[in-house]
Structure formats: C-alpha cells, structure tokens
Design a protein around this ligand. Structure first.
Ligand SMILES: Cc1cc2nc3c(=O)[nH]c(=O)nc-3n(C[C@H](O)[C@H](O)[C@H](O)COP(=O)(O)OP(=O)(O)OC[C@H]3O[C@@H](n4cnc5c(N)ncnc54)[C@H](O)[C@@H]3O)c2cc1C
Ligand code: SF4
Ligand code: SF4
Length: 753
C-alpha cells in the first residue's frame, strides 16, 4: 500500500524537478528597497546578463535624478553627495556614466578593481551579449564577443568619461541625520542622500562542503588556463562556468576531469556542452595532456593533497589525480551585506513577517467566521450591528429611500435584503479588489494574454459571481420575471432573505468539489446534480485536456482571480523544493474525503427518511467539511497566508477540485514549450512561479513544462528575459503540436513588432 501511494505521489507531484528559488533582495521594479533612499541594481535584480545590468544601472539613476530630494537644496551645508554607488561593475559604471550625464554629485566605491567580475572570466571567454535586439538605456554600451575585448571597450568608455573610482570594501549602509552613510573597511565613511548598491552576486562563492574543500589548491575561479598546462585538474560543477573552465583547461594542455553530481549536463548552454563532449570524445578515456574525462553522477567526498575522492550514486569510490581543483559551484548573492544594510531578503523569516502573518491569519479567522454564520455572526446579530440593522437604518431614513427599500421589486429594496448579510459585503469587497488590482495588472503588464485573461477573470467575478446571485436573480424574482419552473428547479424556497436560495447560482461557476453545497443537499436537487456532473465530468476534463488546469484555475475560478490580481506582487513568496512538493498531496487526501462524503450522501438519500447515515452526514460530516475545509483551509489559511506565502496556498496545496484536475492534467496536451538554446538558467521563471514549479529545470533541459500544478498565470513566460517560454500543446512523447497565438512574452511581442 505505501509503495503504491509513493508511486502515485511520484507520478502526480513528487517526480518533477523541484529546485529552490534564488534568494535575492526584496527590490521593487524601480530599484527601490524598504530603506528610503537605498536602491539596488544589476545582477541583484535577478537577471544575470550584461545588458540588463547596464540598463538597470542607467534607468535607476534616471529615477534617482528625477527625485527632488536627491540634490542638495540651496543653503544645504551638509557634506553629503547626491549619490554613492557601491560596486564598479557593469551596472555600477553604467549608473556612474548616467549620473555624470544628469549632473549629479557622486562617487563610485569598489572593493577590488573596476569590472572585477569580468576580469575574473577565463582568458578568451566567449561573451553572449543577449538579447541581441535590445539596446540598454544610458551611455555605457557593450558589443564585444570575447572577454578581453569586453573589458577593453568598457574601460575605454569609462576612461573617456573621466570616472574616478574610490577604492574600499563597503561593509554596511546606515541612516544618519537625514542621509545614508556607507561604512567602508579601513576608510572614512561616505555620506550621500541616495545610495545605489551594485555589488553583483560576487559576494560568496559556493564552497565544497567536504573534508579538504578549503585546501589551498582549491580555487573558485580560473584566470589563465595556460598556468595549468601539463597538470592534473579536477573541475567540480555542472553549470556554464564549470564547462567553460574544464574545456579551457583541456585546450590549454591540462589533464582534466569534470565531476558533476547529476547524471547529465542539463544546465549549461548547448555550445558549452558540445564543447565539453567533443573534448571528452576525442580523449576516449585516456588521461594525457589535453584530455577531458567526464564523471557525471559522481560526488566529491574528499579533497586530498594530490587526489580527489569521488563517489558514484551506487556507492562506488574512485580517486582522481588532482594537482589543482576548481570548485565552480556558482555564487550566492552577498546577502549578509544587504541584511546588515536593512534590505530585506525574499523568503527571510523576520519577526515583523511572523507578526504580520499571525495578525492577518487572526483577521481572516474573524472574517470567515463572521461571513460563514459562526460565533461572530451570532454576536453581530444579537446586537443588531451593521449590516444586520440595514433594513432598520433605511426605514429610519424616511422619504422615497425608505419607501423603495421597503419594496423588494425596486433595486433599493432588493439591495436592502441582499446587503443585510455579511456574505454580500464580503463578495462586494472581493469583487472590488479583483477589479482594482486587475486593472493595475493589465496596465503594468500590457500583454495581450494578460489583458484578455484578466478581463475574463474580472467579468466572471463581477457577473455570475456577484451581480447574478445578489441582485439580478432576486430582482427578476420579485418582479415576477423569473420563470417558476427554473426557480423551483435551481433555487428552492426558504423563509429568509429573498425567499429563495439564490446563492446556489455560485454553482454555475464554482464546480464540485470546490463548491459542494449544490450536491451535498438534504434531498437530491436533480438539476444541480446534472449541472455539477456536466461541469466536473465533462467541461472541466475537456478544458484541462486542451488548455491545462489553468483553463479553470487561471481563467475562471474566483480564488484564481484574486491570486492573479491582488496576488500579482506576492508570487515570489511561494516556497519551492521537494518537501513542499510532497505537501501538494494534501489536496489528494481532501479529494478522497470529498468522494467518501459523496458516497455517504448518496447512501443517506437512498435509505428511508430519517436514517442515521443521513443524520450523521447532516450533523457531523457536512459541518466538518464546511468549517474544516471551506472556512479553515480555504479562508483562514488560504487568505491568511496571502502576504506571507503568496496567493495560491489554497490552490496549490488544498483545493480538492484542483487535486482532481491535477490527475486530469497528467493526460493534457498543454505544456509550456521552451526554446532551450536561449535559456541562461537565471532562475527568474522558477522564482516567480506561485505554484512552486521549477520551470527553469524544464527550460534548460529543453523539456516541455508539464507539471500539472501549472495554472497558466503566464508570470514565468512574461518574466523570462530572453523569451524562452511559450504556452503551447505537445503530444504524449513531448513533440510539439502548436504554440499559442495570444502573446504572453514581452520578448516575443518586441520581436513581432
Ligand atoms: C562566469 C560568468 C560568465 C558570464 N557570462 C556572461 C555572458 O556571456 N553574457 C552576459 O550577458 N552575461 C554574462 N555573465 C553575467 C554578467 O557578468 C553579469 O550580469 C554582470 O557582470 C553583472 O553586473 P553587476 O554590475 O550587477 O555585477 P558585477 O559585474 O559582478 O560587479 C559588481 C562589482 O561590485 C564589487 N563589489 C562587490 N562587493 C563590494 C563591496 N562590498 N564593496 C565595494 N565593491 C564591491 C565587485 O568587486 C564588482 O566589481 C557572466 C557571469 C559570470 C560570473
Ligand atoms: S504559467 Fe508559469 S508561473 Fe504560472 S503557474 Fe504555470 S509555470 Fe508557474
Ligand atoms: S527559461 Fe527564461 S527565466 Fe527561466 S531560467 Fe531560462 S532564461 Fe531564465
């Protein structure tokens, strides 16, 4: 049994790539941080590309210069500069040239040498100045195709502009008497009204965490491969830097072994993999000068004085000769420097975040109890607090308003009844938030896909999920315009509110088992059973087969509508990784419970009236589902964790309808189709996915993204800086059928215009 469950979990959720999202500072699109006056630019914004580093540096300085608070006011005797730039890399220098052009007083602080990161590239490293059709903002530009030419052209432009650099390693940035102070190691601090952090990701090389990993002959960068000719070199890593270093060493005459823990080189660019494989094939297993051996699927266990001990996945050990070791494991952003300076790091659990989350969960607990008929509803009713006193308030207003409000055939009369219930106010506020943030999303993204998707989400929320049940149906009913047969079939008579259960109209959009209340009724309601069956068993499977689960979750559902609008800024907060992917299975458990409840409900109907099964269902099972799933998981946790863990907590982990669609989605033609050669493994797509999907690992392996969790939000397609991703359809073997015509990528939009 457990192994069957494990296999099922693997087939559905745990077998997909599940790499982590990159840890980066919390920076807004315009480079601002939570520290007033402190900006961040370059690689720390998330995209590790030269042209983006240039562009962001110049653009952010343009914004800083336009701010009246940046420049000294008349009579200001302070010694503060307009701007201090920390880091004389590509972005810092682009900022410096832009600041000079805009007439700011500024200085650039550099901890090593200007363009240190580029100077550290291997000799003759090829440079990919991608995207080729993109010209960065500002005066500093690049066009070279090898490292030496790149450094030379950048240095020449900086020299021509006469930019001087102040040597020193910035240790922290503090606020002091209306200015920011850059504390510099072994040097006087620098005061400025604005500070731009442009330190790149050179903060810390990831080290080999094994015995001997810190020996003197273990390096993290390769300057000149010719220094290692005729020597035995081990390169550890599976990215572009590792491949480039291994190939350059072998071409310079070293005896090279490339060790990588995964069984294949999936992350590097195709040309780098081909270069390495060509050298390895030419070597044919022979260790001689200029040879390159691949040890894929092996981990380093120990670094000795003359050899490296490695271990394969099945436990075999081997010693590889090594006069020198290059641990090319990438670099982590200089997070401590940023934290010391007050910049928040995405995903850090600060005390403020925990307190904020706790307070919001508590608020949601109150709200969902109040709207769902719990203890707080009773309290409000007992004291006749708003909105329960609305009819009395309107009656007291007197005049025509009181007259209209007393007559349910008028709009005021219908509203007086509907709005006297917390759920009306809740739905009104919910719809208003979706419309407000939906308009904001459309204006920010300006992409055909986003525009159409958001308009559809807004329209469904406002129409069938608010106006129809709360106003249109009651108004028709009170004016005798609702056909009696239709009303009897769908909206049973009750003694409260409008006299009929118009709230059941939510079931026209919200399908079973997301909305169970039209199926789990005291007596079977045949029309609702038929509608629910068609929705869940016909329309949704067809939609999922064609468009993926996002056809419902990203285009129709009200939970999705809020997540794509209000939640647009919260996407990157969704946790990633294998442990969280296991929690995806919680929805399967709830789906199984929903089916059990359905069976019990049907048994209760089938048995004689008043049977204990039916009683047990009505008194125990149905309230447990309502308070446990709808109120606690969907309301209190789903919304309570919105600003801590993103807007899709309920959708990803718990929604039983989504869980059903995950199974359907395993047979879907929908995929996100990657253009692998364009992928630079920047992790932007993975980091922004609020369903926790490791999109990058599909893209850089050239595989269609078919993780059933995808809700077609388009955030990854939109954010990918090189236009790798497109929505499309593939066959079971992954071959392409077609790509969508509705553009979701700004890169494709630029290319087509
Ligand atoms: C091996 C490798 C290969 C690459 N290949 C390409 C490519 O082919 N094409 C491409 O487009 N991009 C490539 N990139 C990415 C590109 O190099 C970066 O996007 C770009 O350098 C980022 O610029 P930046 O100014 O943000 O950071 P950096 O260029 O890293 O500059 C940061 C500067 O800040 C300084 N600094 C750091 N900390 C401090 C401190 N505390 N105080 C003062 N100064 C500090 C550093 O010494 C450095 O000079 C590559 C990157 C690497 C590592
Ligand atoms: S469209 Fe992209 S970001 Fe959105 S859910 Fe799917 S994979 Fe994640
Ligand atoms: S697909 Fe795009 S966003 Fe994702 S890793 Fe590749 S280049 Fe970056």
């Amino acid at each position: 049994m457990p192994s069957l469950l494990t296999r099922y979990a693997r087939w559905l959720h745990t077998g997909w790539p599940a790499g982590p999202a990159e840890r980066l500072p919390d920076v807004r699109e315009d480079g601002t941080t939570r520290v007033p006056g402190l900006f961040v630019t370059g690689d720390l914004l998330g995209v590790p590309l030269l042209k983006f580093a240039l562009d962001s540096g110049a653009r952010i300085v343009g914004r800083i210069a336009a701010d009246p608070g940046t420049r000294a006011r008349n009579g200001d005797a302070s010694d503060a500069l307009d701007l201090a730039i920390v880091g004389a890399g590509v972005s810092g220098m682009a900022a410096a040239l832009a600041a000079q052009r805009l007439g700011l007083s500024f200085r650039v602080i550099e901890g090593a040498v200007p363009f240190a990161t580029l100077i550290d590239f291997p000799v003759r490293k090829p440079i990919f100045t991608y995207p080729s059709d993109f010209t960065p903002a500002g005066p500093l530009q690049v066009s070279a195709t090898v490292k030496e030419d790149l450094v030379a052209e950048l240095e020449a432009q900086v020299r021509a502009a006469g930019i001087a650099v102040t040597p020193g390693r910035a240790e922290r940035i503090e606020r002091d008497a209306g200015a920011l102070v850059v504390r510099i190691a072994d040097a006087a601090p620098m005061r400025a009204r604005r500070v731009l952090i442009a330190v790149g990701r050179t903060g810390a090389h990831r080290s080999l965490a094994v015995p001997g990993g810190d020996r003197e002959h273990v390096h993290h960068r390769l300057h000149d491969p010719n220094d290692f000719a005729h020597r035995a070199a081990v390169v550890v890593g599976g990215g572009d830097s590792a491949c480039e270093a291994a190939a350059a060493l072998a071409e310079a005459g070293a005896r090279v072994t490339l060790v990588h823990r995964d069984g294949a080189l999936v992350r590097p660019k195709r040309e780098n993999v081909e270069r390495v494989e060509r050298l390895a094939a030419a070597t044919a297993g022979e260790a001689r000068d200029g040879s390159l051996a691949l040890r894929l699927g092996w981990r380093v266990r120990e670094v000795g004085a003359r050899a490296v001990t490695i271990e394969s996945g099945d436990g075999a050990h081997a010693d590889v000769p090594a006069d020198v070791v290059f641990a090319m494991l990438g670099r982590a952003a200089p997070l401590e420097f940023l934290r010391r300076s007050g910049v928040r790091i995405r995903g850090d659990w600060t005390r403020a975040r925990v307190l904020g989350m706790t307070a919001f969960v508590a608020f949601c607990a109150w709200l969902y109890d109040w709207k769902s008929g719990g203890a707080f509803t009773a309290l409000w009713q007992r004291h006749d607090w708003f909105p329960f006193n609305l009819p009395a308030l309107l009656a007291a207003a007197g005049g025509s308003l009181a007259r209209d409000a007393a007559d349910p055939r008028t709009l005021a009369g219908t509203l007086a009844i509907s709005a006297a219930s917390p759920s009306f106010l809740y739905t009104l506020a919910y719809s208003a938030v979706i419309v407000t943030f939906g308009i904001r999303r459309i204006r920010r993204r300006r992409l055909p896909y986003v525009t159409v998707q958001t308009l559809v989400l807004m329209g469904i929320q406002v129409g069938p999920l608010f106006l129809l049940p709360e106003i249109v149906l009651p108004l028709l009913h009170h004016n005798g315009l609702l056909p009696r047969g239709l009303a009897d079939a769908l909206f049973p008579v009750v003694t409260y509110g409008h006299g009929r259960e118009f709230w059941r109209a939510y079931g026209l959009v919200l399908a079973w088992p997301l909305n169970v209340y039209n199926v789990f009724t005291d007596h079977p309601l045949p029309w609702w059973l038929a509608i629910s069956a068609v929705q869940t068993l016909v329309l949704i499977p067809l939609g999922v087969w064609w468009f993926g689960k996002g056809a419902y979750c990203g285009w129709i559902c009200s939970c999705g509508a809020l997540a794509e609008t209000l939640g647009d800024d919260q996407r990157h907060k969704m946790p990633h990784g294998p442990r969280w992917n296991r929690l995806n299975m919680a929805g399967q458990a709830l789906l199984a419970i929903a089916f059990v409840l359905l069976g019990v409900r049907i048994a209760g109907w089938a048995l004689p009236p008043g049977n204990t099964v039916a009683l047990f269902f009505v008194r125990v099972l149905q309230p447990s589902w309502k308070w446990g799933v709808d109120v606690f998981l969907a309301g209190v946790l789903g919304y309570g964790l919105y600003f801590a863990l993103s807007g899709r907590v309920w959708c990803r982990f718990f929604c039983p309808l989504a869980a059903f669609m995950h199974v359907l989605a395993r047979f879907s033609r929908f995929a996100i189709v990657p253009d692998k050669p364009k992928c630079i493994s920047c992790n932007v797509c993975t980091s922004i996915c609020h369903q926790g999907i490791d999109v990058m690992r599909f893209a850089n392996q050239g595989l269609p993204m078919r993780d059933p969790e995808c809700v077609r939000c388009s955030a990854c397609v939109d954010a990918c800086p090189t236009g790798v991703l497109q929505f499309g359809q593939v066959r079971g073997d992954g071959t392409l059928i077609s790509v969508d015509q509705l553009l979701a990528s700004p890169v494709h939009q630029r290319e087509r215009s």
